[in-house]
Design a protein around this ligand. Structure first.
Ligand code: SAH
Ligand code: SF4
Ligand code: F3S
Length: 433
């Protein structure tokens, strides 16, 4: 048997790209993965197009590989993911050393594309093919793996928020059939997985099961050995009653919900084409908290969206104050070519920076309060990896807080009750309870 070639994959962007990178590595069966680009025979960048900076990173990273390619002309360089989808031919023009470009919906064709690149041709595929890529990918290998895994159940987006590239880079909403997901989840559990996070750009619009996402969650909950279920990212408009109820009734569904709202001003929400008001979002959270009082809420925000005034921004701060997120991510608006908002006048960049700082300060304060409130409580930790100190083990609580325990004689993959004794910037310290 010939020695396998080496593949270096670098992943940017969202969790869906993390999942796709795993599947792409599996699809390239003649390769084994390496952690360094220096000894690679193929470098694959799995890219993100969500903000300008993310997209520009790809070109600077490619620039860095020039030397490697000169030293080793057989080295193949590929670009996958959302920049590949949005700018495929332009990537080839701007960086002629790129051999292969593959979009997120066509990576089941990677083996053919790789063969083409090996034959010295340029290989580009950014189709949205009719066939289901998951049906064309090999069954996943059975090697053991860590206790947590991502599992993509839905892709694409039909919401067309005015700022967002995802509907263009990922295409229309498509749900994977429930049976396909059940099979993949059982395989993951056989390999040691205890927790799956179901992924989709609009995961709660999932319709591959007669009873939607909650139906899938209830089916997954019947799998022995699968202890925890999470899902991300949800859209407020698709949070149906059954899914809210599942948060109160399904023990395996973890009390953490990422439910981005983006802004607190109705005027801005309307211009963003979000399809709901701030009040509707707040009432929705009330209903979710009624079903599961201890749920930890998480969200995303954009500041400096075109025409956002100081008063609009104040509405965002007020909404954040009311919800008190356990985690929240905030971004300065970035113009994305081809989106409806790209035509609109920008907020003064210095003003937008200032708003971002003020919002982040408030979010950080709440995050810390929520974390500090855990001290004295007993949480359940899924242990994932040894900590920095001898005997230390770390993992995540049901609320997704990072927790570490000293002298913890527990194996990776164990779920055990832990009493929280201290809270620091990014993690909690606990004792086995
Ligand atoms: N489907 C998810 C979002 C995916 S993108 C949802 O609807 O919530 C992740 C986050 O990136 C978004 O929630 C938004 O806060 C941010 N984002 C998207 N486009 C952006 C842009 N043009 N500028 C700045 N932030 C953006
Ligand atoms: Fe983008 Fe909006 Fe779709 Fe989320 S819901 S992926 S922000 S268009
Ligand atoms: Fe980025 Fe594409 Fe994900 S644009 S956030 S990698 S869907």
């Amino acid at each position: 048997m010939s020695t396998p070639k080496k593949l270096y994959i670098k992943t940017y962007g969202c969790q869906m790209n993390v999942y796709d990178s795993e599947r792409m590595a599996e699809a390239l069966s003649g390769y084994e993965q390496t952690q360094s680009p220096d000894d690679a025979d193929m470098i694959l960048l799995n890219t993100c197009h969500i903000r300008e900076k993310a997209a520009e990173k790809v070109y600077s990273e490619l620039g860095r590989f020039k030397g490697l390619k000169t030293a080793k002309p057989d080295l193949k360089i590929g670009v996958a993911g959302c920049v590949a989808q949005a700018e495929g031919p332009e990537i080839m023009r701007r960086q002629p050393m790129v051999d292969l470009v593959v979009g997120p919906q066509s990576y089941h064709r990677l083996p053919e594309l790789e063969a083409k690149a090996q034959a010295g041709e340029k290989a580009l595929d950014t189709d949205f093919p009719e066939e289901d890529k998951f049906e064309h990918l090999k069954r996943r290998p059975k090697a053991t793996r860590g206790p947590t895994a991502f599992l993509t159940v839905q892709e694409g987006c039909d919401k067309f928020c005015a700022f967002c590239v995802v509907p263009y880079t990922r295409g229309a909403e498509v749900s994977r059939p429930a049976q396909q997901i059940m099979t993949e989840a059982r395989d993951l559990v056989e390999r040691g997985v205890r927790e799956v996070t179901l992924l989709g750009q609009n995961v709660n619009a999932y319709h591959g099961h007669d009873a939607g996402l909650s139906g899938l969650i209830w089916d997954l909950a019947k799998i022995d050995g699968l202890e925890r279920i999470r899902f991300t990212t949800s859209h407020p408009r698709d949070m149906d009653d059954a899914l809210i109820a599942a948060h109160g009734e399904c023990d395996k569904l973890m009390p953490y919900l990422h439910l981005p709202v983006q802004a607190g001003s109705d005027k801005i929400l309307k211009r963003m084409n979000r399809g709901h008001t701030a009040e509707e979002y707040l009432r929705l959270i009330e209903r979710i908290r009624a079903a599961r009082p201890d749920i930890l809420m998480s969200g995303d925000f954009i500041v400096g969206f075109p025409e956002e005034t100081e008063a609009d921004f104040q509405d965002t701060l007020d909404l954040v104050e009311e919800v008190k997120y356990g985690y929240a991510y905030s971004f300065k608006y970035s113009t994305r070519p081809g989106t409806p908002a790209a035509e609109r006048a920008l907020v003064d960049p210095a003003e937008a920076d200032d708003r971002l700082q003020r919002l982040q300060a408030l979010i950080t304060k709440h995050q810390r309060q929520v974390q500090d409130d855990m001290v004295g409580k007993t949480v359940n930790v899924l242990f994932e990896k040894p900590g920095r100190l001898e005997g230390q083990m770390g993992g995540k609580s049901e609320y997704l807080h990072a927790v570490h325990v000293d002298d913890a004689p527990v194996a990776r993959g164990t779920i055990a009750p832990v009493k929280i004794v201290a809270s620091s910037t990014n993690s909690l310290a606990g004792r086995l309870a």
